[in-house]
Design a protein around this ligand. Sequence first.
Ligand code: AMP
Ligand code: MG
Length: 393
Amino acid sequence: MPVWTPFGGGRKVAHSWAGSSRSEAESGCCHETSLMKFSDIGTRVASKDFLSYQLVAELSHRGRMRAFFLWGLLLISLHPSPISAQWWQESQAIMGTQVLVELWHPDEAQGRAAVGAVMDEMRRIDREMSPFKASSLLSYMNREAARSPVEITPELFELMWKSVRISELTGGAFDVTFASAGRKYDYRKHVKPDHEALAEAMPAIDYHHLQFDRQHTRIRYLHRGVYVDLGGIAKGHAVDRAIGILQKRGITQAMVGAGGDTRIIGDRRGEPWVVGVRDPRKEGENVAVLPLTDVAVSTSGDYERYFELDGVRYHHIIDPKTGDSAREVRSVTVLGDEATTTDALSTSVFVLGVEKGLALVNRLPGIDAIIIDGEGRMHFSDELLRMAKHDPS
Ligand code: AMP
Ligand code: MG
């Protein structure tokens, strides 16, 4: 069995953030319709902006009004298109989601090539790690690893290893073997497993069934029913890889997003990037907009893939303890340094719920979170609340 190494935290960013009232900041709860104000003294939350729950007005930044940025409004194109002289942007459907790249490069050929390299990397990771492609390495592992150890790429091995470290960190809330039961749901066809099918699959959900042989980058499943799905971490990994590619090319201002996982480097020519936290119950509306620089941000929501049956919402985030959808909260947004971590943690905190989720986030350096609970109330991690409390404006 592997020796689990402790989870390493990142840096804390100095910043301040004004909430609507002192008592809310002190209690750790909740913002329903209050107007909130951000103010920057650092890098992560990086502008002076107004937002309100359920309705986001225009952003005010240094006295000038500007429209807030919405992923959904980005043009979908097959070729990188300039949005201003040196800004290059493209959106493509990869990994079952929309991949978006926007970057600044003074040279057209190099700007386009950089966008193309990101898309190529996303497709490569999808080819290797998709559980829906029979030819992927992950599918091969799922077919073979219960019979004998399977040699995989160092990249997949490390991502599996990181997944298990996050399982340890979250007390099993994050567990890539969730799919042993999770694969029995079909959200498009509105299918859920019956009681017997779920009971049969449940014993296979346990990351301790995964055996790692680091020397030969081999993995073995210790239970016959184990099925791994990296849907809770692979998009973040892909985003980190893409950002690494851009950084190697000398690019210092870019945003890469894959579905709910985004990472930003630098600012947007002197202005922060703006990422919306959508209203979990109103498509196209945001409950918050976050002006950001140099950060990864991931959102997990119960509105992404779901169906309703007898008034119950069955969605794609599964509590490994029950094999059923986790239902305490509606969405979780996690901020941190790397998208692989924020991706896995947003899924984890979704399963853990408000109290346990915030307790976890609050003990991880460099990680912040915004949770929208089952009643639509917003909850913030301590660091975000501290910003609210200490904001001088
Ligand atoms: P995200 O949108 O990042 O929260 O990822 C959701 C995806 O994570 C789902 O579509 C599943 O592929 C996967 N997933 C669901 N529940 C879990 C869980 N408890 N642990 C790890 N991955 C999960
Ligand atoms: Mg996630």
